[in-house]
Design a protein around this ligand. Structure first.
Ligand SMILES: *Cc1c(COP(=O)(O)O)cnc(C)c1O
Length: 406
């Protein structure tokens, strides 16, 4: 099956018991067992099934299976938010006294949570992820993982995943990629060598912005060295799924990071149209980027434009398009605010990946907690506007921008 067909007919479609075409919402906190023996087996990972929704639930499980298929992994863990997914994905393998090498070009919330990690004795080393030498120089014997976004938000730098994975593996480190901005429609990081993929499914996967959630998907390929990752080694009996088994039996269940069944239901519906929405949103974004690029006093950043420093990498890494987010620099904060206020279709929202076009001034909002250096490294300036392009008619968007700029 190809991309769109698989989204509709792949893994865990509907409900085989009743013929329901959608997976029902199992709005139940707990599940009864036929016997005490069966209950014991469940708690010892010797039987599959459901006991308590904080650990798993049939609606959530259906969504996890669909995400595993979508990203081409072997197992997924659905979380309450993208931030919960990132936190769990990393703390599952990194502990006090160890280090994480991460891109400087990350979603503001990720940079914030990494500062929280520092309070627990985990050292963050931020580097320009496009600079292979800088990444290599940042690695030492305490490093346990490399973390980056496939398309950085909002710098829109596209990562050469194959090169980064090769570097990570040469140092026996796993590569964790946040695929929120690109989605599996544009790239499957696991196919390019990433070991673990996280998605904030609040964005394009859900698609309509009706629920917050995230998901962690593992490739099953990384060889967890016993000395470096003793915690994962304890789950060696789960073979390729040791990382996920540790997560599910440990931090994920114990911190209560679970997704709500209703959210899994919304995501299952939303993801059916991921391909259609991405196709339209990416084509709209490209057209809007080309239109805005005709203004001599506006600098457009979009990986689909030949003038983007990441255009060449984008052509190598991405298929089907260049993403649905672009940024523009307009000369001053005052002009940025004036343009934002004069637009009528794009809504002023701190979100991306909606069906509707959303607009934001990142410097005064998302990066409000960042230092000047962090902002600069993340490509955030006070005259910068981020546009998350939706699926409206492109003519309406262009007319609206033309009027606002006039
Ligand atoms: C939104 C976002 C997150 C955080 O996800 P939430 O679901 O809001 O917790 C993480 N990474 C990226 C790239 C995002 O855009």
């Amino acid at each position: 099956m190809r991309f769109n067909t698989k989204l509709l007919h792949g893994n865990k479609m509907g409900d085989a018991n009743t013929g329901a075409t959608l997976t029902p919402v199992y709005q139940s906190s707990a599940f009864y067992q036929p016997s005490a023996e069966q209950h014991e087996k469940l708690f010892h990972n010797k039987a599959t099934g459901f006991s308590y929704t904080r650990i798993n639930n049939p609606t959530i499980f259906a969504f996890e299976e669909r995400m595993t298929t979508l990203e081409g992994g072997i197992a997924s863990v659905a979380c309450a938010s993208g931030m919960a997914a990132i936190t769990n994905a990393l703390l599952n393998i990194v502990t006090c006294g160890q280090e994480i090498v991460a891109s400087t070009s990350l979603y503001g919330g990720s940079i914030d949570v990494f500062h929280d990690f520092e309070a627990f004795g985990i050292k963050m080393v931020f580097v320009d992820i496009s600079d292979v030498n800088a990444v290599e120089a940042a690695i030492n014997e305490k490093t346990r993982v490399i973390f980056a976004e496939t398309i950085g938000n909002p710098k829109l730098d596209v990562v050469d995943i194959e090169a980064l994975a090769e570097l990570a593996h040469r140092h026996e480190l796993p590569l964790v990629m946040d695929n929120t901005v690109a989605t599996a429609y544009l790239v499957k990081p696991i196919e390019k060598g990433a070991d673990i993929v996280v998605n904030s499914t609040s964005k394009y996967i859900n698609g309509n912005s009706n629920a917050i959630s995230g998901v962690i998907t593992e490739s099953g390929r990384f060889k967890w060295n016993k000395e470096k990752y003793p915690g994962v080694a304890e789950y060696a009996r789960f073979g390729k799924m040791a990382y996920t088994a540790k997560l599910r039996n440990g931090l994920f269940r114990n911190t209560g990071a679970c997704m709500a069944p209703q959210t899994a239901f919304y995501n299952l519906i939303g993801m059916e149209t991921l391909g259609l929405r991405m196709e339209r949103a990416c084509s709209n974004a490209k057209a809007l980027a080309e239109f805005l690029n005709t203004y001599p006093d506006i600098t457009v950043n979009y990986p689909g434009l030949a003038c983007s420093p990441w255009h060449e990498v984008a052509d190598k890494v991405l298929t089907n398009g260049y993403g649905a987010i672009l940024t523009i620099r307009v000369g001053s904060k005052e002009r940025a605010f004036s343009i934002i206020n004069n637009l009528s279709i794009p809504k002023i929202v701190s979100n991306i990946g909606d069906t509707k076009t959303l607009i934001i001034h990142p410097e005064s909002t998302l990066n409000a907690h960042s230092t000047e250096k962090e902002k600069e490294d993340a490509g955030v300036f006070n005259d910068l506007i981020r546009i998350s392009v939706g699926i409206e008619d492109i003519e309406d968007l262009i007319e609206d921008f033309k009027a606002a700029l006039a």
